[in-house]
Design a protein. Structure first.
Length: 345
């Protein structure tokens, strides 16, 4: 059995989507693939079982059972002070043994490679304990290189392959320089750069409603994906051209801005968020209903709701729909041959 720990330099780097995409690709290439998440923090209750959402998705798409070794069932600090590190390590080893007949098992690490250090179950500890190679995922920024090189100091020779995720277009010119002049000096190979995809980091209207505790004044015909939030502070004279050039957006503004909300509905907004507990005029709501566009009423002011929504962009759960989109990006932008060589498959 070949083992690969997929780790990340920071939380919400897109590690789950990449890990599950690679699992599906390897499966379609004829390998019997296992998946294990060491520490699940996005937990849900399924009957009497507590499970991580990403692990549950892996179980569904890969036909597995018990794909999460440790599910966080209380605040993390309570978990740290009350759990036995040796028991947790035993759980990880035991869950891995359940899949010992697989050709290859992809082990998704903690939210970032340091989480769990106080309990001896961070990715550094797990890589040594399970004796596995490491693939590091980093959400691309100006400081990605420093984060990756610093992580290399801990993982040493176990870490040799890197993926940069959410790379924006104008940054691509730096990638060759980073790979050739910096990473290779530290015995690190860049095996893929995945472009930023707004559809993957966006939110469904239903997710926005949940985040802001919003009330539906108009329910949409379908649960649209929102890729950007526009704040309705512009004058109506300049709004039309600005809104028409936007893509898959939600407008957030005071409910008393009926004129601006009307323009947004007519120009193709996916959702209207009326803040301050002000309901838009009846004729505006009627227009939204005819167009099948969601209108949410939020009690708090615009600034508060923007802050809540922006905090969740790129951090919501991976769904089957998003996974298959992510898989396409992984297939197009990662060298599978290099990965197979790394795993000696």
């Amino acid at each position: 059995m070949k083992k690969l720990l997929i780790s990340s330099t920071e939380s919400f780097a897109g590690k789950s989507g990449i890990a599950l995409s690679l699992a599906l690709i390897l499966k379609d290439n004829g390998y019997d693939v296992g998946y294990l998440k060491t520490l699940g923090i996005n937990t849900i209750r399924l009957g009497d079982r507590i499970c991580d959402e990403d692990a549950k998705l892996a179980e569904d798409v890969l036909g597995l059972k018990d794909a999460c070794a440790i599910a966080l069932d209380r605040p993390y600090i309570d978990f740290v002070v009350s759990e036995d590190p040796e028991r947790l390590k035993s759980l990880v080893r035991k869950r891995l043994e359940y899949q010992s007949e697989k050709d290859v098992i992809l082990i998704e690490g903690s939210p970032n490679y340091l989480v769990g250090a106080s309990l001896g179950i961070c990715d550094i500890n797990v890589a040594k304990m399970l004796d596995c190679k490491v693939l590091m995922v980093s959400k691309f920024s100006d400081f990605s290189v420093d984060k990756i090189i610093f992580a290399k100091r801990f993982f040493e020779d176990r870490l040799q392959k890197v993926i940069l995720n959410q790379v924006t277009g104008y940054k691509k010119s730096y990638i060759d320089i980073i790979s050739r002049d910096i990473l290779k000096k530290h015995v690190l190979d860049l095996i893929g750069t995945i472009p930023k995809d707004l559809a993957l980091i966006g939110l469904k209207v239903s997710e926005i409603a949940e985040v802001i505790n919003g009330k539906y004044l108009v329910r949409p015909e379908k649960d649209e994906n929102v890729e950007q939030i526009l704040v309705g502070v512009m004058k109506i004279e300049t709004a039309l051209s600005h809104l028409k050039s936007a893509r898959n957006y939600a407008l957030i503004t005071g409910g008393d801005r009926g004129d601006l909300i009307t323009v947004a509905i007519e120009s193709g907004a996916k959702c209207i968020i009326a803040t301050g507990n002000f309901e838009p005029p009846a004729q505006v709501l009627s227009l939204a209903e005819r167009k099948g566009i969601a209108v949410l009423l939020a009690k708090e002011d615009t600034a508060t709701n923007i802050s809540r929504i922006q905090e969740k962009f790129g951090r919501m759960r991976m769904t089957k729909e998003k996974l298959y989109r992510m898989r396409k990006l992984v297939e197009e932008n990662i060298s599978l041959d290099e990965l197979l060589g790394y795993l000696e498959l």
